[in-house]
Design a protein around this ligand. Structure first.
Ligand SMILES: [Zn+2]
Length: 289
């Protein structure tokens, strides 16, 4: 299993965006791709034609460092792989909704990446294990999911390294898989690339925001349709990373950020069907399908 992952990583060509100067608010709230044109691809992304063909160097030069691919020097904002690829990502679990989300993914034979917090992983280890056992990636979303303004003195490299290292250890112990990717809570970027890189890990943001954090507390046609619309607003991107949520880890009150995920689950089949109909291959962030 691991050898297969490595070979895919050697083929992988990630498109990275420059680290943003700062983030404004929650990962559930602020799309990181651009502050001025939030629905457009990041201005720093390479043209699609430049990002879809693996170079000879990528094929012949090992890029593996330890158990993870050598981290890039900037935040990853686009999915790996050749041709049209899309990476679905689910943040803030493990949570009960993961079980149904994984079942929907399995129905279509696709896999996704789940960014989990250490705290939730301790509380729900069987969910983390189930997500991984079904072929999905379980990755690092910090231990406490605190935003910089919630940490005395803000995020420092030492604070982040501790948060990510502890979560990585917890998730690796739970899933028996290597943990190589980090999504910083809220999409904040202060000191993230350095801290994540020092752990040999890769920091990942997103380029399409499903905005499912603000759904109502019940399934409604409008709320489900809005998530489908938002999660498929690719604006011409050939390698989108889609942000969705399987749980709630932010510390805003529930009336600000909903803990309900019924509309996310209801929207997921339509989201998958849309990407399949438009020629996308679903990939995990390590490039495997
Ligand atoms: Zn989050």
């Amino acid at each position: 299993m691991w050898g297969l992952k490595v070979s895919h990583r050697l083929l992988r060509r990630v498109v990275v965006g420059l680290a943003l100067a700062s983030a404004l608010t929650a990962c559930a709230i602020r799309p990181p791709s651009s502050m001025t044109t939030p629905t457009s691809p990041p201005p720093t992304a390479s043209p699609p034609s430049a990002s879809v063909t693996p170079s000879a160097t990528a094929l012949t030069t090992p890029t593996v460092q330890g158990p993870c691919q050598r981290p890039p020097e900037a935040l990853v904002t686009h999915a790996p792989g050749v041709g049209r690829t899309v990476a679905l990502t689910f943040d803030d679990g493990p949570a009960p909704a993961d079980l149904e989300i994984v079942r929907v993914l399995a129905r279509y034979g696709v896999h996704a990446t789940f960014f989990e917090t250490g705290r939730h992983a301790v509380d729900n280890p069987t969910v983390s294990r189930y997500v991984a056992d079904q072929g999905n990636l379980v990755e690092d979303h910090s231990w406490d999911h605190l935003y910089p303004r919630e940490v005395p003195g803000g995020w420092t490299a030492a604070y982040l390294t501790d948060q990510f290292a502890r979560t990585r250890a917890q998730l690796a112990a739970t899933t028996s898989e290597h943990v190589c990717y980090v999504r910083p809570p809220g999409g904040f970027v202060d000191h993230v690339v350095g801290a994540v890189g020092s752990l040999g890990m890769t920091a990942v943001l997103w380029s399409v925001d499903g905005l499912d954090w603000k759904q109502p507390g019940s399934v409604t046609p409008d709320a489900t349709a809005a998530i489908v619309t938002n999660a498929t607003r690719v604006e011409g991107q050939e390698h989108p990373i889609v942000l969705l949520h399987s749980g709630k880890a932010s510390h805003e009150p529930d009336f600000v950020v909903s803990p309900f995920r019924g509309n996310t689950i209801a929207a997921l089949p339509q989201i998958i069907q849309w990407y399949l109909a438009h020629g996308y291959t679903f990939v995990r962030l390590d490039g495997t399908t």
